[in-house]
Design a protein around this ligand. Structure first.
Ligand code: ZN
Length: 157
């Protein structure tokens, strides 16, 4: 687990630190951190803890119960993403970039620019052909890259 995420989980868990039964042992704490780690994003963890604090628990919730809740939360996020009309649940979209290299035989690049309004591979190659036909002193290529779809934000945030 990433350090940053672990820290976020611990911070979120502190919201119920004053509850009777809050884990004081390091190993018990680890179970709770791992349970919340099931959530697919920091925002998701916060949402889960929002839910936890709303419930009137008879006893301090076990790590297993929180893990179960985390799976439900994760399922919700996946479901929400699957409904995305842009990426159809993949979570990523293909973008096209113009890469300008420093020199003729260099693999180091001077800059990378996103090329807007290229919806598919065919048009990307058309763009590249047009570019190659234009006299240019710079060494450039068109390449595709994956970018997180905006539904990542929507589903998480
Ligand atoms: Zn999407």
């Amino acid at each position: 687990m990433e350090k940053e995420l672990e820290q976020h989980i611990k911070t979120e868990l502190l919201r119920i630190k004053h509850w009777l039964g809050f884990p004081t042992e390091r190993t018990a704490m680890r179970d709770y951190v791992s349970a919340l780690g099931v959530c697919p994003s920091p925002q998701s963890i916060t949402r889960l803890m929002d839910e936890v604090v709303q419930i009137e628990w008879a006893h301090f919730p076990s790590a297993a119960v929180l893990r179960q809740m985390a799976y439900v939360e994760k399922e919700k996020v996946i479901q929400k993403r699957a409904n995305c009309p842009i990426c159809e649940g993949v979570g990523y979209v293909t973008i096209w970039q113009l890469v300008t290299f420093i020199g003729e035989n260099s693999l180091a690049f001077r800059r990378i620019e996103d090329i807007p309004d290229i919806p598919n591979e065919e048009q990307a190659y058309a763009f590249q052909r047009k570019m190659l036909a234009t006299p240019c002193t710079e060494n450039q290529i068109v390449r595709s890259a994956a970018r997180k779809c905006q539904c990542h934000k929507a589903a998480h945030g």
